[in-house]
Ligand binder design. Structure first.
Ligand code: S3P
Length: 181
C-alpha cells in the first residue's frame, strides 16, 4: 500500500498543479509544504525570505515536514529546495514514494519566472541564478527520488497519469489505500 506520494523537483516543474490532479485521481489529501510554511509564519513565502531570510524559511520548512511524518494518504507537494537538507530527504523517503518532476530547463525557467514571486530568482541575473541552482540540485533530486517523470511535452493531467503509470511499473508494485479516511 502506498502511504504517501511526495513530489520533488525544481521551481516551475508543476508540483502543485500535478499534485492536485493526483489527489483528485487517488482520493488522497493534497498537502503543500510551502502553504504550510506560509500558514505557520502568517505570511507568504516571498515575505518570509525578504523579512527573515532563507535560513529562517528552511527551519520552518524542516519543522513543517517533520510535523507530517506519520500522516498517511497524502500527495505531498514540496518546495523546490526542501531536498537540500539530508534530514528532509530521509523523512521523505520514510513517508512513501518520491517522484521527481522534471522538464526542459528553458521551460522550467519560463514557468518559474512567470509569477515574479520566486524569491531565489530576485537577483540581477535571474537566468544565471536559476541555472546554477538547477545544476547544483539535479543529483539530489535524482538520488532522493524513486523515479523521474519528464513533463516537458505533457499537461498536468498527463503528467499525473505518467506518475501513476511509473508507480505501476516500479519494482515494488504499489496499490493505493482505498479505505475511506
Ligand atoms: C524554493 C522553491 C519554492 C519555495 C521557496 C524556495 C527553492 O517552491 O519553497 O521559494 O529553494 O527552490 P516551488 O518549488 O514550489 O517554487
Amino acid at each position: 500500500m502506498i502511504p504517501n506520494i511526495a513530489l520533488v523537483g525544481f521551481m516551475g516543474c508543476g508540483k502543485t498543479s500535478v499534485g492536485r490532479c493526483l489527489a483528485a485521481r487517488t482520493g488522497y489529501d493534497f498537502v503543500d509544504t510551502d502553504d504550510l510554511v506560509a500558514e505557520k509564519a502568517g505570511k507568504p513565502v516571498a515575505e518570509i525570505f525578504s523579512a527573515e531570510g532563507e535560513g529562517a524559511f528552511r527551519v520552518m520548512e524542516r519543522e513543517v515536514l517533520q510535523g507530517l511524518v506519520g500522516r498517511k494518504r497524502m500527495i505531498l507537494s514540496t518546495g523546490g529546495g526542501l531536498i537540500l537538507e539530508p534530514v528532509n530527504r530521509e523523512a521523505l523517503r520514510r513517508m512513501g514514494i518520491v517522484a521527481w518532476l522534471d522538464a526542459d530547463p528553458d521551460l522550467l525557467f519560463e514557468r518559474a519566472s512567470r509569477s515574479g514571486r520566486r524569491p531565489l530568482l530576485q537577483t540581477d541575473t535571474p537566468k544565471e541564478s536559476f541555472h546554477q541552482l538547477l545544476e547544483s540540485r539535479i543529483a539530489i533530486y535524482s538520488d532522493t527520488s524513486d523515479f523521474r517523470v519528464d513533463s516537458t511535452a505533457l499537461d498536468h493531467t498527463q503528467t499525473a497519469e505518467a506518475i501513476l503509470e511509473s508507480l505501476g511499473r516500479h519494482p515494488r508494485r504499489f496499490a493505493f489505500d482505498e479505505t475511506p479516511a
